[in-house]
Design a protein around this ligand. Structure first.
Ligand code: VGL
Ligand code: ZN
Length: 199
């Protein structure tokens, strides 16, 4: 465990953000993130902690129409993925997102790409309305949704932890994930791993 000081004790006002742990982003999916499946058991450990009373869990999902502008057929960079209601858009079968947990769907309109879970969603309003001030963000992908969500989270005033052991990058260009991590640190996010969580 890195020597980064005291253990982090999840407390009232904290939320875990489980980002886009969907079949299409896992090995075998249409936009597979390399080793994306490795985040599932680690996130499940965080989820077990955040199921406690006074803590919150939010699961986000990429939720595109079939002709979304980010798909190659429309001139975008990606193969079709996470089409709303499809099997590929479902949460990974082994992720323990609690029944009834808050779900945020993003990039739902044909003509608008949104990598951040805050963009075009009610996430900020819901978090603020719930009294949440600290976010623990993990999931997929480090260099897209996680990076853009962390940028927005910091801009919107949340103390933001990035779950270093529970994120993976697409790495379209080698090093994208590491550059994303550097930017998040530079902007003021704190990287943590599960062993630093007080249990
Ligand atoms: C994402 C690529 C395409 C993400 C979404 O949520 O990280 N990445 N669509
Ligand atoms: Zn997408």
């Amino acid at each position: 465990m890195p020597m980064s000081g005291e253990a982090i004790r999840p407390q009232a006002g904290d939320a875990l953000i489980v980002t886009d742990v969907q079949n299409d982003f896992l090995p075998g999916g249409s936009l597979a993130v390399p080793r994306g499946d490795e985040v599932v058991p680690v996130l499940n450990r965080y989820i077990a902690v955040f199921r406690r009373p006074a803590l919150s869990i939010v699961a986000t999902r990429d939720w595109h129409p079939p002709d979304h502008c980010s798909f190659k057929a429309q001139g975008g960079p990606w193969p079709p993925h996470c089409i709303a209601g499809s099997d590929g858009a479902r949460f990974a079968p082994l992720i323990d997102v609690p029944g009834g947990c808050r779900i945020v769907s993003k990039a739902t309109a044909r003509d608008k790409e949104a990598y951040s879970s805050f963009e075009g969603t009610d996430l900020d309003a819901w978090l603020k309305g719930t009294g949440i001030t600290r976010l623990f963000i993990g999931g997929l992908a480090t260099d897209y949704c996680v990076l853009n969500s962390v940028r927005d989270a910091l801009r919107l005033g949340y103390a933001t932890f990035v779950l270093r052991d529970a994120v993976r990058a697409v790495d379209v260009n080698a090093g994208d994930g590491e550059r994303a991590a550097e930017e998040m640190r530079r902007l003021g996010a704190r990287e943590i791993e599960f062993s630093e969580i007080a249990s």
